[in-house]
Write a new protein. Structure first.
Length: 227
């Protein structure tokens, strides 16, 4: 498994830096369906959250909230509710949450995903991750490249950007961007949440030309097959 972490800056005070187009849909998590529950969905993303506590009750380990926003002028970001692990003095248990999106990808291209994270002082989890996974056309996983943000970030309520980069394996058809929490648990002291926002997926510097060539080759094949 390849691990790569790049820490950039602290608090955002201006708009996003110009560069290659973000390959993700709704990277800032602002777009959503108003029903049935606007707090549980974001266009283009899948949020996996259901957990069962020690009493057999279903809890919500993550949701989209206005106070989790990092986007300048935005309205919301992903709220990791680690305190749902053991909330209310129930039998000890932990909670997990993952948000992910799949994007068409090309073998040999280096992709880089970045996202912004904020940890409150008493946020508690075994791992908070940002990852890239490569899949073939049958959605068989080829490789995963992940970092543990817990080991890199400060728990001080400050937004920081982290990134992961990796070269797509031979046979790659899709890349999955994912982030989330593993084994979140309640702390006896507040505040204890974490937040994620503003995902960007781009071909890493130097790979953009290869991506254009790959896309051009695919178009040429489609033209020949239609003749």
């Amino acid at each position: 498994m390849k691990f790569l972490a790049i820490i950039v800056g602290a608090v955002v005070s201006s708009s996003a830096v110009a560069g290659p187009t973000n390959l993700l849909q709704n990277g800032d998590l602002e777009l959503f369906s108003p029903s049935p529950n606007p707090f549980n969905n974001a266009d283009g993303w899948t949020l996996v959250t259901p957990e069962v506590d020690g009493a057999g009750e279903t809890v919500l380990s993550a949701s989209f909230a206005s106070f989790g926003n990092h986007t300048p002028g935005g309205d919301r970001g992903l709220w990791l509710r680690s305190f749902e692990g053991g909330l209310g003095g129930e039998e000890p248990f932990t909670v997990n949450a993952t948000v992910f999106q799949d994007v068409a990808a090309h073998a040999g291209v280096e992709y880089e995903v970045s996202a912004w994270f904020e940890f409150e002082a008493n946020y508690t989890s075994a791992m908070t991750f940002l990852s890239l996974q490569f899949f073939d056309a049958a959605m068989t996983e080829l490789s995963v490249h992940s970092i543990d943000i817990n080991s890199l970030n400060a728990f001080d309520g400050v937004w920081r950007e982290f990134s992961v980069a990796a070269v797509a394996d031979a046979g790659t058809a899709f890349v999955r961007v994912s982030a989330g929490m593993i084994d979140g648990q309640i702390s006896p002291i507040n505040p204890q949440s974490a937040f994620i926002d503003d995902f960007v997926l781009i071909p890493a510097p130097g790979s953009a030309a290869l991506l254009v060539v790959a896309a051009g080759g695919a178009m040429a094949r489609r033209r020949r097959s239609s003749c």
